[in-house]
Design a protein around this ligand. Structure first.
Ligand code: ATP
Ligand code: MG
Length: 366
């Protein structure tokens, strides 16, 4: 991937422009880690880039940035620029293309994200980023109070990078976060959720949570139970504990799972019926939160006599025939009873046993 990216830089240079790999890739490279995406910066404009890479350039919604598809991989290329004016505490509303790399680096968020790599594969460090990397510290480029006000997303990015890299936040960054955290109300819940997901699903999430708490960001982000949060592998298990279902955006599938996890967490113990009702996926998450034995749970689930309503040996028609009734809304009550009895082992899942049970227990439905 790096080899291909250097080819891109050379191709741009061949046309008389400058180009560097910038940001996360170079930062991670210096730390001996592999990075999944590569960002490139250049003094060529999007128009000029589309002439260099004919047909391979896709404009992005960000002004001054394009996506290049090169050898089946996507690269984000941005033109050197200066952000002139910020709107809504988020995106710059006005930018100006500039011709010097250092000018472009100065608009970037953190020093550690300003490292560049040239087409020879050499690391270029114009803003003393390497020393911050070595000291494992997150510092903003310039005054953090100004930089967080310009774009409040940077507050969450600071916590995210501190978490994923296991770095400290510099004292002035911490203070500026505390002073500006109220501005997070201006950030969309989509962006908040995205950054929080990265923080809370990171292997170092415990540190991330301690940062969020010590900076008082739990209130600003409307996270109710952060102090009691149990970090688990599945992010839905984390959202379920934080009580944000009505605030943050979730897909219907996520919503359904979170609701079930919350409900199952309320159950005093996990009997076979709840295992059956919620299913293994939900109950494994619940077991991680409650620190219960997951292997045992999986074994118990595997030996359930039924896994779904359709596994019951008597279908709706047969039940109705047996009770001499027409299908009605309470057929679901009957099913629920059967499911409870069968999963808890008090009724055998055989036609004859279920018929007998219906005749002797369910006369009231006739
Ligand atoms: P990741 O490992 O998540 O990709 P990254 O540092 O590459 O980390 P990106 O979101 O890919 O982060 O952004 C690429 C670069 O653009 C960053 O390294 C940083 O220099 C700059 N950048 C991104 N977001 C901002 C922002 N909100 N404000 C200032 N600079 C930013
Ligand atoms: Mg990146």
């Amino acid at each position: 991937m790096q080899k291909n990216a250097l080819e891109i830089l050379k191709e741009i240079e061949k046309h008389g422009y400058e180009a560097y790999i910038v940001g996360g890739f170079v930062r991670d490279y210096c730390l001996g880690q592999t990075s999944l995406d590569i960002d490139v910066c250049t003094n060529a404009t999007p128009k000029e880039l589309s002439l260099i890479f004919k047909g391979a350039i896709v404009p992005t919604e960000t002004y001054g940035a394009v996506t290049l598809i090169y050898k089946k991989t996507r690269y984000e290329i941005t033109t050197y620029r200066k952000d002139l004016k910020y709107d809504d505490y988020r995106r710059p509303s006005q930018i100006e293309y500039v011709d010097s790399l250092i000018e472009d680096l100065k608009r970037r968020d953190f020093t550690i994200n300003t490292l560049c790599m040239n087409s020879k594969g050499e690391v270029i460090d114009l803003l003393n980023a390497k020393s911050d990397l070595e000291q494992k510290i997150i510092k903003t480029v310039g005054n953090p109070k100004i930089r967080f006000k310009e774009d409040v997303l940077r507050i969450l990015r600071a916590v995210r990078f501190a978490t994923s890299l296991n770095f400290e936040l510099s004292d002035d960054v911490k203070q500026a976060i505390i002073d500006n955290k109220n501005l997070l109300k201006n950030l969309s819940y989509v962006r908040k959720k995205e950054e929080l997901t990265k923080i809370l699903s990171n292997p170092n999430a415990i540190y991330g949570v301690s940062l969020l708490k010590s900076l008082g960001l739990d209130k600003s982000l409307e996270l109710t139970n952060l102090s009691n949060l149990k970090i688990v592998d599945d992010i839905l298990g984390i959202w379920a504990q934080l009580d944000v279902l009505d605030i943050y955006p979730f897909s219907n599938v996520e919503r359904d799972a979170i609701t079930k996890i919350k409900e199952a967490l309320e159950e005093p113990n996990i009997d076979n019926y709840s295992l059956y009702k919620y299913g293994l996926y939900i109950m494994i998450i619940v077991a991680s939160i409650k620190e219960l034995d997951k292997k045992n749970l999986t074994k118990r689930y595997a030996s359930l006599p039924i896994k779904a309503r359709s596994d019951i040996k008597l279908d709706v028609d047969q039940i109705c025939k047996r009770l001499n009734i027409k299908p009605s809304y309470w057929i679901k009550d009957i099913y629920q009873l059967l499911e409870k009895e069968i999963t808890n082992g008090t009724l055998k899942n055989s036609q004859s046993d279920i018929c007998e049970y219906i005749s002797s227990h369910l006369k009231q439905y006739q």
